[in-house]
Design a protein around this ligand. Structure first.
Ligand SMILES: Nc1ncnc2c1ncn2[C@@H]1O[C@H](COP(=O)(O)OP(=O)(O)OP(=O)(O)O)[C@@H](O)[C@H]1O
Length: 275
């Protein structure tokens, strides 16, 4: 696999054959993103199959977070298309033509995607339970009872069933991040994006959050796209690891392959610096 060719996490993708495999959930097709004239993602192609856990690794500035932000539509690509669940995220089809997606279309596709950020971003003026119930009620239209039942189940899953009546400021960073994970899962997204979710935490709080995510990976069928510098975690949960450099995937493979016997010098250099 060369740095110039399209890459895939789980299914082959070629420029000539953008056909959708039955189980493909995410596809980046020739995506280019520039900031202030700097090309951050360069004609990027990759796909992720439903239910897989894919980790993005690579040096700082290689564009990993930008990929997650594109999926959240926090930024838009300059060129190329992104599909989630067979629907264009960036575009919609009108009258047989692809046109830039409108807000309504983007909102619909985005319902399938949840994200947990480095900073927990909880609503400070809402108690823990309310933080988790808010979007299912407001966005999905769940009744308060349904949303509360869902929230309590998730709080149990992240080990915080007894903290539902606290305000976020009364919780440790690790606990706040576990609430943020529950909040993302409460929308029952098909895809969970994780962006360096432990890097703002004190070291002693990291393991608890990673254990919760290991549980999520093991016990749900959610598709995970994860940016992390926690290589042991990446090794544990990933079906596939994508190594980024210079706005491209330079190598992809199983964690055993990437961490044990990578093909690329850049992968070897990067891993020897971080492991
Ligand atoms: N909104 C923005 N405006 C200008 N430049 C940006 C913006 N977002 C990202 N960049 C730049 O794009 C490049 C890629 O950033 P990105 O955060 O995607 O990299 P990364 O691989 O996630 O890095 P890190 O591991 O340090 O988080 C960086 O040079 C960054 O400064």
């Amino acid at each position: 696999m060369s740095a110039e060719s399209p890459h895939t996490a789980n299914t082959p993708v070629t420029d000539a054959n953008p056909a959708v495999d039955g189980s493909e959930l995410i596809r980046f097709d020739k995506v280019t993103k520039r900031f202030a004239g700097n090309t951050v993602l360069d004609n990027l192609c990759f796909s992720v199959d439903s239910g897989k856990h894919v980790t993005l690794i690579g040096p700082s500035g290689s564009g990993k977070t930008t990929i997650l932000r594109l999926l959240m539509t926090l930024v838009k690509p300059d060129e190329g298309t992104i599909k989630v669940g067979g629907d264009y995220l960036t575009h919609e089809e009108r009258g047989g033509k692809l046109v830039p997606a409108g807000e309504k279309h983007i909102r619909e596709v985005r319902k399938n995607i949840g994200m947990v950020f480095q900073q927990f971003n909880l609503f400070p003026n809402m108690k823990v339970l309310q933080n988790i119930m808010e979007a299912p009620v407001q966005v999905l239209g769940l009744s308060k009872d349904e949303a509360e039942a869902r929230a309590r189940e998730l709080l149990d899953m992240v080990g915080l069933a007894d903290r539902c009546d606290e305000y976020p400021s009364r919780l440790s960073g690790g606990q706040q991040q576990r609430v943020a994970i529950a909040r993302a899962l409460a929308m029952r997204p098909q895809v969970l994006l994780l962006d360096e979710v432990t890097s703002a935490l004190d070291p002693e709080l990291v393991a608890g959050v990673l254990d919760v995510l290991r549980d999520v990976a093991r016990t749900t069928d959610i598709t995970m796209l994860c940016v992390t510098h926690e290589m042991n975690f990446a090794r544990d949960i990933s079906d596939q690891v994508l190594m980024f450099d210079g706005g491209k995937v330079v190598e992809s493979g199983s964690p055993e392959k990437i961490f044990g016997d990578p093909d690329h010098d850049r992968t070897r250099e990067f891993l020897s610096a971080v492991l």
